[in-house]
Every structure is written in C-alpha cells, then in structure tokens.
Write a protein that binds this ligand. Structure first.
Ligand code: GLN
Ligand code: ZN
Length: 758
C-alpha cells in the first residue's frame, strides 16, 4: 500500500508567501528574494510530507496553479505576453493587471478570476480564441522535480489535466473544445520530459469528472487519455470534490495506471470502484477530508479499509480527498483555540499524520498504532458528548420550527402599501449596500481595541464618530435610505460569528483565497445561538442622527455557513437553520427598536450550489428555507432587503423569488443590466436595485452612465419597482471616489425622476 498527497498549502505556516509576494509587488524585495522564499517554502513543505511514499511537486505556486498551467503551456494572454520584465513579471501582470503608469506603461486588464469548483479558492481563468496556440515550457516544473529529488523525497508531479484546463477557460464565439488536439502533443512532451527525469508517477487532475458532462466532454476525456496513457511515466488520474457517478465507467475504461477518487464526499462510490477496478489499474482512496478541519474517525475508517486493503493489496493508495490547499497548515502553532477544541481538529499537517497512522495500521496491524487510535477515539467521543456542542434549548426550538416561521404575514402587494405609508420613498429610491470606506483610522481603532490599548468607551466613541461622518455625508448628498457604514465590522461573517455561541476563531487558520489573499474562516463547531443583540445599538445610534431611514444590516445564515468551516456531525441544512434562528432574533430586535428597513446579505448563496445539478433543488430548498426563517417573522410594515454580489441569476431565479424579500440588490453594472433578463422573464414580482457602480474598480460612474443603465433596467422592470445603488459594499474604496460616485448616483436619480414626471 502507498500513501501520497495531492497538494500542500503553499502560503506557509505564517503566511510567508503572502508577505514575500506583497513586498515584491511593492518593489521592496528583489525577484531573487522572492524565488528564495518559494524554494524555502517548498523544501519545508516536502519536509512536512516526508513520511509519504510520494509527495506532490508542482502544487506550489506564486499565484495560482491554473495560471501556472497557462504559463507552462505558453497560453499567457497576448496583452501581457508582449510586455517587459522577466517571465515572472508577465505572469503577475496576467494575474493582477497593470495600471497605466508614468513610464508610458499601458494599462493591462487583470485576468478574470473565478471560483475553483465549489471551494472558496479563486483561479485565473484561461483565455482561448481562434488564434490560441500552445508551446510547452516546463522548465519551472522540471526544476522543482529536481529540487524535490535533492531534498530526498520521491516526487509525484501534479499537473492540471488538459480537459479540465479547457473546461475551465473562457472563449468568446469560439469552440474551445477544438483546441484539445493542439494541446495533447504538449502534454505528451511534458510527460516524456518528466519520464526522462526519473519520474515514476504523475498525478493529472481532472476534477471535471465529478460534474455532469455532455458526450463531447466525455469523449474528450477518452481521447486525451488514449493519447497520454501510452508513455513510460505512470499516470494517476485524480478526481475530487465529489463522486464520479455517471462518469465512473468512463474513468475505469481509461488507459491510466491509477485513479484517485474522493472517498469522503464520494464515499458511496468506493465499493463499486473496488469491485470494477480493472487489472491494470491501481486505486487511490482520498479518505481524509481535505475540505474541513475535523479529525477523521480512524477506527471506523480502518474497519472500512481493511477488507479493501486485503482485496487490493499493493494496488491501494491512501491520500487526503483533495489538495490540502483548502485547509490551514498547522494546528500546533495555534494559540487562540482552547485545548478541548484543538483536540477535535486536524489541519494539513495533522491530516498527514492521520494518513500515516492509517497506513501503519493497515500494513503492520492496529497494535502498532494502538495508542494513537485510542487517542483518536477518545477525542471523537469527547467531541460527540461535549456540552459545548449541544444546546438543548436550540434543538428544542429548531424542532418547533414549521413552515409558518418562514411565511410573511401579508403578501408583497399588501406590504408595499404599508411601506409607502410608513417609509414614503420617492421614485427610484437611492441607497448603498452597507459598508463605507474602511479607512486606516477605522482599522487602527479596531486593532487598538482588540489589543486592549483602548477601552470600550473610547472605541465606541471613535466608531460613533465615523458613523456620524458617514450619515452626515449621506444626508448632505441626498441619498434616500441611509446606512451606518459598518465601521465596527472587520468582516461580514466574522463580526457575527464572534458574537454567536457555537463559533470559534483560530489565530493562524488561514486559507488561500486568491494570489496573496487569505481568509480565516470561522469554525462553526456547536449549536448556534445568540446570547445578546449584536447590531441594535449601532443602528439605533445611527438612526438617532437623521430623519431619513437607516437600514439595519445583517449577514444571512447561508452566507455565514458557506464562509465557515462547518461541523460535520449533523446536516448542513440543520446547522443553517440554527444560524437562521439566531439571526432571526436579531431581525426581530431591530424591528422592535424601530428599524423599519432591514437588509440581510446573502452574498454567498450561489457559492454553495452543489457541483451536480440534480442536487441543486435540495440545497436551494433548505438555503431559501433558512433565509425565510431569518427574514420573514417581521410585520408588514418592515421592509426586508437582501443583497447578492454576483450577476448570474437565470438558473436560480425561482429560488430567489421564493425568498420573498421586498427588495433585492444585485451586481449589474459590468454586464450592462443584461442580467435583468432573468428577473424580467419570470417577472420577479418585488423590487430590485441593479448595481450601477462597479465597486471593484476605482472608476467613478458618470451621471449619464447611471441614467442609461437605469433606463435599460426600466425597459425590463417597471420603474416603480427599481432602486438605484452600487454593485456591492464600499469598504474597499477610498472616500474621494466614493463621494464622487454617490453624488452622481443621486444626481442620476434626480434626472430620472424629472424625466418620469414629464
Ligand atoms: N453589507 C456588506 C457590505 O456592504 C455586503 C458585502 C458583500 O455583499 N460582500 O460590505
Ligand atoms: Zn456584494
């Protein structure tokens, strides 16, 4: 039996890569220094993995593994290819773009970024068109193979497969599938080069195999591996993030030497695979969860694996389910979590230890690791029985929840009448999405408070000052529905997680989101409840400063769930409903405090969509159900808003409609309102604010741009139901551009109202 890993986090124990990259980009460190940091991190990571039979090589990246693939295949977009500097500079330029500089530098737009399957990691989307050619330059990978060999580990290069590579790319008015035939010879050359460097096994990732594929794509997979499978290097075809389902037969029919499957999310496929595994093929089972941070139940797993090991013998490999990129590096350095919580968890390094224990137990008998197995069993038992996880009140309350909890008392047409009486807004009401610029001042205030350099009173006074400025500005320029600006929040999920029971926060639990950006997901470990109001006093204060309505501002249960590491001992649906009840309490408290407009952000509702279409309904049902529990307990006079920061709605519009919010704000400026087609066709019955200010860019939208876009919107949706607002929160923007943009927004509303009256 063999052990291996599909990929290790590259950011470093202490985010060394982030620091090195950012100082290089700022021009403070040389390229040599950056390269050295890279080499050091790789060596360290291999050291962490040296108990494995094969370690991944090529999983390290200075930005993104998909961009690395583009780079290796000579498919850097033309706009960055012909620019100056070293290849690494061009690589970064592709990822990050370049703003027009003084030295006659041209502006280069950054590569598009999108989510890697259903993770929170973002890759740079490959670009294809009719002129695309490929030209292999594998030097960097070959060098790393040699580095690993020198470091004394057995390297298993990891490359992104040709079919998934094409699948992930974008091509306008061009059939990217036609590129496969040009791509395959480059992959063949690559495999030959690796073979010449004494590489025995290569891992080729084709995660597209866990998705619904049409016949064309299936055929391409077959074609690709018929071409690649005949070389002298052995191929392990890797799939992860789900089950092969209908693609299982195809995967088993390919001339590859081994197949890796996700045996956590795709546990059910294992017996079938073991039974049907062809003579020439080895099987790698990804049994350690690479997507979550809980300890594995090693004893239960051994029960499951022992007969499989008996049957497959040397043909069995064990590994984490997917690359460990999606979990933090090391629990040992964690200083913030208490020892009880720590004893329930495993980060990347601990997961590899689990793998080692499994391998030893299988090959040498469980006695050899008896102590470790016992410790594991104790930890799991403690977790299961811990009173910190179970809150009978929460469970009893959840059991009482029925459909009526998610039902508004009046239908929208009646509610709108009450809103008109109570809130009295003009045609095309203007508002923002919640946050205002998070200035240095605000951040230092929060930091000082956290470090206890200032007390609660000074902190509150400081934040209130910020809110005052923000409210005054909004009043001054004439926005209709104001916000408090979210100065008290560092992050829209963390802020709530920190105040809810059932959540914990690590100190170093960073996971790469994209490039040098990392996130530290909250850890949702137990039954969730809200000990006390979380936002009420801030909103009430903000409201006391103005006669205009101030929106209450909350994060919804689905988004909180999708951006956290979530307990795995009950269904996500139940966990989500618990969060929903906690946020519902906040909604009702805001209402009681006189707040008549409450926004509940569901920025990440779409992110949770399963990879398989046939699982969408189930997810959308509980996700929308949870949102409804949160939002719909209010009276008719209270107006509920939601915000979603994306622009794809066609395929989920029914679910969105079922949320029954009074107003939804969405991202729309970059698609020129095209996305409203979705809302138009199904006649989305309530109000909608299509974003007219792209907050991802420092550009200020002109009055004309906003007016034109809103006119475009009014062609699809009756103007009585339209709001005017930015695409998303303003927290990453600076004040000057924010001021200019919002003034234009208000002016555009004035122009539109005047035009409407004629
Ligand atoms: N209310 C949040 C803000 O304005 C929403 C952010 C988001 O949707 N990502 O920052
Ligand atoms: Zn948003």
């Amino acid at each position: 039996m063999k052990t291996h890993n599909l990929g290790f986090p590259r950011i470093g124990d202490n985010r060394e890569l982030k620091r090195a990259l950012e100082s290089y980009w700022r021009g403070e460190a040389s390229q040599t220094e950056l390269l050295k940091t890279g080499a050091r991190l790789r060596e360290k990571n291999w050291g962490y993995q040296k108990a494995l039979n094969y370690v991944p090589v090529g999983d390290f990246s200075f930005y993104d593994q998909v961009l690395d693939t583009s780079s290796m295949l000579g498919n850097i977009p033309a706009r960055a290819r012909e620019t100056g500097g070293t290849p690494l500079d061009r690589y970064f330029r592709t990822a990050r773009g370049q703003s027009a500089g003084d030295e006659k530098e041209n502006q280069i737009s950054a590569g598009e970024m999108t989510k890697w399957f259903d993770t929170n990691y973002h890759y740079i989307v490959p670009e294809f068109d009719s002129t695309t050619t490929f030209r292999l330059d594998a030097q960097s990978l070959l060098d790393q193979v040699q580095e690993a060999q020198t470091a004394g580990v057995r390297p298993k290069p990891v490359i992104l497969g040709p079919v998934t590579y094409l699948f992930l790319g974008k091509a306008e008015n061009f059939d990217k599938k036609t590129l496969l035939k040009n791509l395959l010879p480059e992959y063949v050359r690559l495999l030959n080069l690796l073979a010449a460097q004494d590489v025995e096994w290569v891992q080729i990732d084709e995660p597209l195999l866990v998705m619904d594929l049409d016949n064309d794509w299936k055929h391409m997979v077959d074609q690709a591996y018929q071409a690649l499978g005949s070389g002298s290097v052995k191929i392990m075809l890797a799939t992860y993030f789900g089950s092969l389902e209908g693609n299982l037969g195809l995967a088993l029919s390919l001339p590859v030497h081994a197949l890796h499957v996700d045996a956590v999310r795709g546990k059910d496929q294992v017996p079938n695979l073991v039974e049907r595994l062809p003579e020439h093929m080895e099987l790698s089972l990804g049994v350690i969860d690479g997507r979550n941070i809980w300890k594995t139940d090693l004893n239960a797993l051994l029960d499951q694996l022992t007969p499989i090991h008996k049957q497959l013998g040397d043909k069995l490999w064990l590994a984490p389910s997917c690359s460990l990129l999606h979990v933090p590096v090391d629990l040992k350095i964690e200083a913030k979590l208490d020892s009880e919580l720590l004893s329930w968890m495993a980060f990347a390094r601990q997961k590899l230890v689990e793998l080692d224990i499994l391998a030893n137990a299988l090959t040498q008998g469980r006695e050899i690791v008896a102590t470790q197995l016992e410790q594991n069993a104790t930890a799991l038992k403690n977790r299961k029985e811990s009173p910190r996880i179970h809150n009978p009140e929460v469970q009893a309350r959840l059991a009482r929840v029925d459909d009526s909890w998610g039902e508004r008392k009046q239908p929208y047409p009646e509610r709108i009448k009450r809103h008109k009486e109570k809130i009295n807004l003009p045609l095309y009401p203007t508002t923002t999405i919640g946050s205002f610029p998070q200035t240095k001042e605000i951040r230092s205030l929060r930091l000082k408070f956290k470090k206890r350099e200032i007390g609660l009173n000074d902190y509150t006074a400081g934040i209130r000052d910020q809110m005052k400025t923000t409210i005054q500005f909004q009043e001054e320029i004439g926005l209709d529905v104001l916000v408090h600006g979210e100065a008290e929040r560092n992050d829209m999920v963390e802020y709530f997680g920190e105040q809810l029971d059932g959540f914990a926060f690590s100190q170093y639990g960073w996971v790469q989101s994209y490039g040098s950006r990392c996130v530290k997901p909250p850890i949702l470990f137990g039954d969730v409840s809200r000990p006390r109001p979380m936002t009420v006093s801030w909103i009430v204060y903000a409201q006391s400063l103005t006669d205009k309505p101030v929106k209450g501002m909350l994060t919804g249960p689905v988004t909180i769930l999708n951006w956290s590491f979530v307990r795995d001992d009950q269904s996500r649906a139940d966990t989500c409903r618990q969060v929903a009840l906690a946020i519902r309490d906040e909604v009702l408290d805001l209402e009681k405090a006189g707040v008549s407009i409450i926004q509940i952000d569901e920025a990440a509702l779409r992110e949770g969509l399963p990879l398989r279409k046939n699982q969408w309904d189930e997810y959308l049902n509980w996700a929308v159900g949870a949102f409804r529990i949160t939002a719909n307990g209010v009276n008719a006079g209270t107006q509920i808003h939601t915000h979603m920061c994306y622009s794809e709605f066609n395929d989920i519009i029914d679910a969105i409609t079922r949320m029954d919010t009074d107003v939804i704000t969405i991202e729309a400026s970059r698609s020129n309102m095209e996305i409203l087609n979705a809302f138009d066709e199904t006649a989305y019955p309530n109000e909608i604010g299509p974003g007219v200010y792209d907050i991802h860019s420092p550009n200020v939208p002109t009055v004309d741009f906003i007016v034109d876009n809103m006119k475009e919107a009014a062609r699809r949706i009756p103007k009585e139901r339209l709001w005017i607002n930015p695409d998303c929160g303003l927290k990453t923007r600076a004040w000057p551009e924010t001021k200019a943009a919002l003034k234009n927004l208000v002016e555009a509303a004035r122009v539109l109202r005047t035009a409407a009256n004629i």
